[in-house]
Write a protein that binds this ligand. Structure first.
Ligand SMILES: [Zn+2]
Length: 386
């Protein structure tokens, strides 16, 4: 039997990789940071392409990025999960015979079921909600949007994972210089939703520049809420003459040498959606999530009075603690339904009015992708000041 050391240990062949791995796989992941200013350079490689019209060879700038369509969902206990869409992925095991992925995507296949559940809950809430007028309108609006958020399967969303250079800054926000007299930096991967990419691209275009080779300043507000941190951040392109690569002419060569060595192998340690799933594994996940719905569908075929009860909560005996700890924080269980608003008790004259329990607006906390930088829930958050 091979020794455990031999089987389990890995040779350190590259110090950068070692550091990347030892930081729990997080060191390569770009993260927004409370109250911080980040200066980011978008590196690129040059590629010769043939101009279709003239037939001449021209050099084009190519950013270092991959893209993926990502399904996101949360588990019953509110944990954020994600997987790159498995549609059209054909993968064989090492034996060359066993198929791991057959090109189907169980997450895509369940999107319509998830909408059916949404409609079922929506109809039920509409039928049972006792509120009237403006109150009803507001309540239903909020509830329906929460139901949409809670869909068990959603269409995959496009994300870009782009390699960036993040300069190290001191407390004054100035670059830290290394022994070679050049600004110190780290390579990071920034995960950007399509809408965020579009916004950044637009800003850079407005300043008369282009994404490859540009320098951007990201400033983050001093808030703890992750979604606000991202949605209220600002991005501004740096004027070409003020860029680090202009101030330190030798810097670009150093960066380019590092970029040439980089590949995306191993990013699943920082972005688990790239870990991949077998078709069977994904089917088990989705079948488990939709177990009660499938059972309901089966029953309702023969029994029209069958009910789907997964989201129906028993009337709480004690006032549920809704305002308490951790609401809105990532990873807290999603509160499935807004409890029915108690009807106002009739007031008997002379009897002290019992305090009408105000049903707090349930801050439906969608699980926040802990790995998302500018995507997922953050991208959908309210204000964006760019
Ligand atoms: Zn899919």
């Amino acid at each position: 039997m091979a020794s455990f050391l031999k089987s389990a240990s890995k040779q350190v062949s590259d110090v950068r990789n070692f550091l990347r791995d030892s930081a729990g796989g997080n060191s390569i992941k770009y993260s927004a940071e409370k109250g911080a200013k980040h200066i980011i350079y978008i590196p690129y490689t040059s590629e010769a392409v043939v101009d279709e019209q003239t037939g001449a060879q021209i050099m084009t700038k190519k950013i270092c990025a991959i893209q993926g369509d990502v399904h996101e969902w949360s588990t019953q206990d509110g944990k954020f999960k994600a997987s790159v869409c498995l549609k059209d992925v054909i993968r064989m095991a090492d034996d060359g015979v066993t198929q791991i992925n057959d090109g189907s995507c169980p997450f895509c296949d369940r999107v319509s079921d998830a909408w059916d559940i949404y409609r079922y809950r929506k109809d039920l809430e509409e039928a049972t909600c006792k509120l009237t007028g403006e109150q009803r309108k507001n309540h239903l609006e909020k509830t329906f949007s929460a139901y949409a958020d809670e869909r068990k399967a959603k269409d995959a969303r496009a994300y870009m994972y782009i390699l960036v250079v993040k300069y190290r800054l001191n407390e004054q926000g100035k670059e830290v210089l290394g022994t070679d007299g050049l600004p110190e930096y780290e390579l990071k991967i920034m995960k950007l939703s399509a809408s965020r990419v579009e916004k950044i691209q637009q800003q850079i275009a407005n300043s008369g520049s282009e994404l490859p080779g540009s320098e951007l300043i990201f400033e983050y507000p001093n808030v703890d809420d992750r979604r606000l941190l991202v949605s209220q951040s600002t991005t501004a392109p740096v004027f070409p003459n003020n860029m680090m690569t202009a101030k330190y002419p030798a810097l670009i060569n150093k960066i380019n040498q590092d970029i040439a060595k980089f590949d995306f192998e191993g990013i699943e340690k920082s972005f688990p959606e790239w870990s991949g799933m077998s078709s069977a594994e994904a089917k088990t996940v989705t079948d488990n999530m939709f177990e009660q719905w499938d059972a309901y569908k089966k029953e309702v075929a023969t029994n029209p009075t069958a009910k789907y009860l997964e989201y129906v909560m028993e009337t709480p005996t004690a006032k549920p603690s809704l305002g308490g700890d951790g609401i809105g924080a990532p990873g807290i269980p999603v509160i499935p339904t807004v409890p029915t608003v108690p009807t106002v008790p009739t007031v008997d004259a002379g009897v002290a009015t019992p305090e009408i329990p105000v049903v707090p607006t349930v801050p439906v906390a969608p699980a926040v992708d802990p790995n998302s930088v500018f995507g997922g829930v953050g991208a959908a958050a309210p204000t964006v000041s760019v």
